[in-house]
Design a protein around this ligand. Structure first.
Ligand SMILES: NC(=O)C1=CN([C@@H]2O[C@H](COP(=O)(O)OP(=O)(O)OC[C@H]3O[C@@H](n4cnc5c(N)ncnc54)[C@H](OP(=O)(O)O)[C@@H]3O)[C@@H](O)[C@H]2O)C=CC1
Ligand SMILES: CC(=O)N[C@@H](CCC(=O)OP(=O)(O)O)C(=O)O
Length: 344
C-alpha cells in the first residue's frame, strides 16, 4: 500500500482527497494535518466521514515524516518550503496549489506577487495534466497539480490547437465554476443570499489562471497562445463548464474535427467525447474524474466552439492529483477513480 499524507485535509480539496483515498485499494492515508483542527478528528469536521475515516489531524511535520507521498492542499504561497522538505527526505510531493505551476518566474511574480525560493525545485516540477504530460509525470518527485479552470479549458482546446486548425490568437475561454471552487473560507461573495439566484463574471480578463492556461496551450502550438479568460461564479456546489471559442484557420467538417479529437484522446479513459448533437453538462461528471467534451462548429462566424465539463473537486483537484500518484507509482491510472457519476 502507498503511504499517503494530506496537508490541509480540512479544506475542500483536502477533504476530497480524504474521501477518495479512503477507498483507494492500493493507498492508505497514514497522516493528515490541519492548523485550526489539530488534535481533532476529520469526522468531527466533516460528519459524512464518521466511522469511515476518523483520523486525527496532526501537524504538517508528522505528515511528511510518516508518508511516502504528500499531497498539499493549501492556499497559494505555502508549498515551496514544504516541497523542499519532502524532496530532501526523498518523498513525492503533489501540490494542489499554484506554487509550482508557472514555469516563468516573471509570470509568477506578476500574477502571484511571490518569489521562487528554491529555483531548482521549480525546474524539476512537472505539470500534472496526465492526458498531456504523462511521460514526464512518471518519474516526477514534485507535481504541480493543475486547478479546475486550467484543466478544463486546455482539455477542450488542445487537440484542435495541436492539429493546427485554430488560431493562436483570439481564443476565448468562457468558464463557469461552482462555489466549492472558492474553498471553505467564508466571504461575502459566497454568502447564500448574495449568490443564490444570481450569476456573474469575476476577474474579467485579469484572472491569475490566464497565464497558466496559455502556458499549456502554447506547449502545443508553434507560437505563444494568448487567450481571453472570463470566469463566472455559478450558484451550484460543484462543477466547471468551459465554453471555449476559437477562430478556425481553415475550413473543416465536423467529421474531420471529431477525428482529430478521437485520435488525440484515443485510450483516455477519463475523456468522454460526446456524440454530435450532445452538449457537455456539469451534471454528468459530478463526483467523478471524467471530463466530458462536446464539439460544435459555427460555420457563419468561422469558429470552433469546444465545451468541456469537469467536477472542480475531482478532475479539477483531488481526482487528478490521485491520477498523478497512480502514474508515479506505476498503478493503473484509474485505480480508486472508477466512479460512476450519479444519474440525478
Ligand atoms: N476548491 C477547488 O475547487 C480547488 C482548489 N485548488 C487549490 O487547492 C488549494 C486548497 O484549496 P481549497 O481546499 O479550496 O481551500 P480551503 O480554503 O477550503 O482549504 C485550505 C486549507 O489550508 C489550510 N490553511 C489555511 N491557511 C493555512 C496556513 N497559513 N498554514 C497552513 N494551513 C493553512 C486550511 O485549514 P486549517 O486551518 O484547518 O489548516 C485548509 O485545510 C488551493 O491552493 C486551491 O487553489 C485547486 C483546484 C480546485
Ligand atoms: C470559484 C473560485 O473562486 N475559483 C477559484 C479557483 C479555484 C482553483 O482552481 O484553484 P487554483 O487556483 O488552485 O487553480 C478562483 O477563481 O480563484
Amino acid at each position: 500500500m502507498i503511504k499517503v499524507g494530506i496537508i490541509g485535509a480540512t479544506g475542500y480539496a483536502g477533504a476530497e482527497l480524504v474521501r477518495l483515498i479512503t477507498t483507494h485499494p492500493q493507498a492508505e492515508i497514514v497522516a493528515i494535518s490541519s492548523v485550526s483542527f489539530e488534535g481533532q478528528k476529520i469526522s468531527d469536521v466533516y460528519r459524512s466521514y464518521v466511522n469511515i475515516n476518523d483520523m486525527i489531524c496532526e501537524n504538517a511535520d508528522d505528515v511528511v515524516e510518516k508518508a511516502e507521498v504528500i499531497f498539499a492542499a493549501l492556499p497559494h504561497g505555502l508549498s515551496q518550503e514544504l516541497a523542499k522538505k519532502c524532496y530532501d527526505n526523498d518523498k513525492v510531493f503533489i501540490d494542489l496549489g499554484a506554487d509550482f505551476r508557472l514555469k516563468s518566474e516573471e509570470e509568477y511574480k506578476e500574477w502571484y506577487k511571490g518569489e521562487y525560493v528554491h529555483k531548482e525545485l521549480h525546474d524539476m516540477a512537472v505539470y500534472g495534466l496526465p492526458e498531456f504530460y504523462r511521460d514526464k509525470i512518471k518519474g516526477a518527485k514534485i507535481i504541480a497539480n493543475p486547478g479546475c479552470y486550467t484543466t478544463c479549458s486546455p482539455l477542450a482546446l488542445v487537440p484542435a490547437l495541436n492539429a493546427g486548425v485554430i488560431d493562436t490568437k483570439g481564443i476565448i475561454c468562457d468558464c463557469k465554476s461552482g462555489v466549492t471552487g472558492a474553498g471553505r473560507s467564508l466571504s461575502q461573495g459566497n454568502h447564500y443570499p448574495e449568490l443564490n439566484e444570481g450569476f456573474h463574471p469575476y476577474k474579467v480578463a485579469c484572472h491569475r489562471h490566464t497565464p497558466e492556461i496559455e502556458q499549456t496551450l502554447t506547449s502545443f502550438a508553434d507560437e505563444k497562445v494568448t487567450i481571453t479568460f472570463v470566469p463566472h461564479l455559478l450558484p451550484v456546489n460543484r462543477g466547471i463548464l468551459a465554453t471555449c471559442y476559437a477562430p478556425l484557420k481553415k475550413d473543416i467538417t465536423m467529421e474531420e474535427l471529431r477525428k482529430i479529437y478521437q485520435d488525440f484522446y484515443k485510450g483516455e479513459y477519463f475523456i468522454r467525447l460526446l456524440d454530435d448533437g450532445q452538449v457537455a453538462d456539469i451534471h454528468n461528471v459530478k463526483y467523478s474524474n471524467f471530463c466530458d467534451i462536446s464539439l460544435h462548429l459555427d460555420k457563419r462566424a468561422n469558429l470552433l466552439v469546444a465545451v468541456a465539463a469537469i467536477d472542480n473537486m475531482v478532475k479539477g483537484a483531488a481526482g487528478q492529483a490521485i491520477q498523478n500518484m497512480n502514474i508515479i507509482f506505476g498503478l493503473d491510472e484509474k485505480t480508486g477513480l472508477e466512479i460512476v457519476p450519479p444519474a440525478f
